[in-house]
Design a protein around this ligand. Structure first.
Ligand code: NAP
Length: 363
């Protein structure tokens, strides 16, 4: 562990458990441990994986863990003391409260998209603004929807220059294990007042992008879908847009011959590929959906797996903040190799993408 960056995970739920597993796969990072408030199945799984478990409110929770037969390595404060950096993946609002502890202990911390931009002053997406996070003490990795939008918007903006973007987000109602949220049988404009907060959230990463968003919540747990309309400078050909997207890591152009027609198919692809937890960490852009009209308006659909697309972004954010990497493409390529993010024939072999991947991995 000596020469590796030591990472502590405070908050071990949907995002925290995935970031912990991803950290454990990096050869330049070591997982100090994970913090839990209670001994549920996640705690037993963490113990099975050999992760040290630290208790939140150890004085109260310690005996409960002991009774459950789980060994506790200490309090979450002790865990944080041992770490070089903390990833706070606690529920929305708790991260903001935890910041005082990180400040007291002098530890850099990453917060997730449920926290406000103002908490850190820097909101992060690896492709769009890796450099801004280099050496910083507090950074927020933007939400699942915003991460996916940033990847797409950055790829299109850097290729053509964006005039204006309008995106309608069809949002999953809840994560698969969240039985308390709905709707069960309705489509809910969320929020009903327009525009939604996702546009300003993209601007927290790329302030110069003119973007307006609207969001609807629907009864599904699998993934979000974005209906994207972007007007660009000039009038690129459809193939130019396809090539521009293919060049970027974490944007997967789903070819028509895969036969994938829905979020169910996208998530089944993650499962049959044997991805950890069946995750799909890339934006899944339906290649057939990409179109450009005579005025340079690009339209497309993309699916976004809310539970996992922010995971590689967290890993790159750790590298940027701790100085493990100064080059975003090198960091992204290393992260993606470690997590099995990549490609499947025939998409992998298309020349623009093959060149893009080589360019990324060679650096
Ligand atoms: P989650 O599934 O509810 O997991 C958070 C976990 O934190 C809980 O399971 C809880 O586990 C633990 N916790 C609660 N209070 C704590 C405390 N005081 N100290 C330490 N741990 C505590 O939440 P999530 O979905 O992973 O979301 C985490 C963050 O990621 C939020 O900011 C969210 O907005 C953001 N995010 C979520 C998604 C998504 O789709 N889920 C996507 C992108 C970003 P125990 O009580 O069992 O220990």
């Amino acid at each position: 562990m000596a020469d590796k960056i030591k990472v502590a995970l405070n908050g071990y739920g949907t995002i925290g458990k995935r970031v912990a597993d991803a950290v454990a796969r990096q050869d330049d990072m070591a997982l100090v441990g994970i913090a839990k408030t209670r001994p549920d199945y996640e705690a037993y799984v963490a113990a099975e994986k050999g992760y040290d478990i630290y208790a939140v409110d150890a004085a109260k929770a310690g005996p409960v863990f002991k009774e459950a037969g789980l060994q506790i390595a200490g309090s979450n404060e002790e865990m944080i003391r041992k770490a070089d950096i903390v990833v706070d993946a606690t529920p929305k609002g708790i991260g903001a409260k935890n910041k005082a502890l990180y400040e007291k202990l002098g530890k850099p911390a990453i917060f997730e998209g449920g926290e406000k931009h103002e908490l850190t002053g820097i909101s992060f997406n690896a492709a769009a603004n890796f450099d801004e996070a280099i050496g910083k003490q507090y950074v927020r990795v933007v939400s699942c929807n915003t991460s996916a939008l940033c990847r797409l918007v950055y790829a299109i903006d850097s290729a053509f220059g964006i005039r204006h973007a309008h995106v309608t987000l069809v949002r999953r109602a809840a994560d698969p294990d969240d039985i308390k949220k709905g709707p069960v049988n309705a489509i809910v404009p969320d929020p009903i007042t327009l525009p939604s907060h996702h546009g300003p959230d993209v601007q927290s990463v790329m302030p110069h992008i003119d973007i307006v968003t609207a969001a609807l919540k629907v009864p599904t747990t699998l993934a979000h879908v974005h209906s994207v309309s972007i007007s660009v400078k000039g009038t690129p050909l459809r193939q130019d847009v396809v090539d521009a997207l293919r060049k970027w890591p974490r944007i997967w152009l789903i070819p028509p011959l895969y036969g994938i027609k829905s979020t169910a198919g996208v998530m089944e692809l993650g499962r049959v590929l044997g991805r950890p937890k069946g995750d799909m960490m890339e934006n899944a852009v339906w290649e057939e959906s990409v179109s450009v009209d005579k005025n340079g308006n690009i339209s497309l659909f993309q699916a976004v797996h809310q539970e996992s697309d922010v995971i590689p972004e967290n890993i790159d954010c750790i590298r940027a903040m701790t100085g493990l990497a100064k080059d975003k493409l090198k960091s992204m390529a290393k992260t993606d190799r470690s997590l099995g993010i990549g490609t499947l024939k025939p998409w992998r072999d298309f020349p623009p993408h093959a060149e893009g991947v080589e360019a990324v991995t060679a650096r």
